[in-house]
Design a protein around this ligand. Structure first.
Ligand SMILES: [Mg+2]
Length: 244
């Protein structure tokens, strides 16, 4: 990364008390060992079994979360069934998920500099917790804001999980930054009133993340760790005062 974006990132980080990390991308590659297209197919089969027609567009969608979003067309019982199947698949997937280089370094750097850490994910909270346990990170993440109930509408781009994390950690959302690799992360951060940092883990993603509202884009979590380590101290603005 060239110097100017790094300065912008340092400036942004100096204004944050909580670093929020999206899970799939910034922390690990969830479906590295259990590919997402196979899970999506399994969820489509569950939809069919429950009598919910699958559109041609959905037939070509390899993202299990898309199938979960679509399940609302079948009503609450179908959403619950797809949610349960998705949680089970994610719990299997995290056993073979690949850590993102530099992610643990970011977590360490945040703690060293007095910043708290939240994982803010559209994946199942149980799957995130399992991954953290398998990688010895349980005590180093202050909060997991993720799917606990079958409510697709709460997922990013909704600001819900960010607001939940800020409220639980008792900080103003305006002192939180979400690092994410999807446009929906940047949109959710903007809607919540948090800073959006784009993680461009594939070429061409940077422009897409900026278009979605990311204030700064990085291409390496190691760069973020360096900046977090060198950033100035944290502001502490209790959410109960700042946001009333
Ligand atoms: Mg992601």
């Amino acid at each position: 990364m060239i110097a100017e974006p790094q300065r912008a990132l340092a400036e942004l980080i100096s204004r944050t008390s909580v670093l929020m990390l999206d899970f799939d991308g910034p922390v690990c590659s969830v479906f590295a060992g259990l590919p997402a297209p196979g899970i999506a197919e399994q969820l489509r089969n569950t939809l069919r079994r429950l009598g919910v027609p699958v559109t041609a567009e959905l037939e070509d969608d390899d993202d299990p979360l898309s199938i979960y979003r679509y399940s609302t067309n079948g009503g609450p019982a179908v959403v619950a069934a797809i949610h349960d199947a998705l949680v089970a698949a994610e719990l299997r997937a995290v056993e073979t998920a690949t850590p993102t280089p530099g992610a643990v370094d970011v977590i360490d750097a945040a703690h060293e500099r007095g910043r708290r850490l939240a994982v803010v994910s559209n994946n199942a909270a149980a799957a995130v917790a399992t991954y953290l346990r398998l990688h010895g990170l349980t005590g180093r993440v202050d909060y997991i804001a993720a799917r606990r109930t079958p409510e697709p509408s709460l997922m990013k781009p909704s600001p819900h999980y960010l607001i939940e994390a800020a409220a639980t950690l008792d900080v103003s959302i305006r002192t939180c930054a979400l690092v994410g690799d999807s446009g929906t992360d940047a949109v959710a951060a903007k809607r919540a009133g948090a800073y959006a940092v784009g993680y461009a883990n594939k070429s061409g993603k940077g422009e897409q993340l900026v278009a979605a509202g990311a204030a700064v884009v990085i291409d390496s979590m190691t760069t973020l760790a360096t900046v977090v380590r060198e950033a100035r101290g944290t502001p502490y603005l209790p959410g109960s005062v700042e946001d009333n």
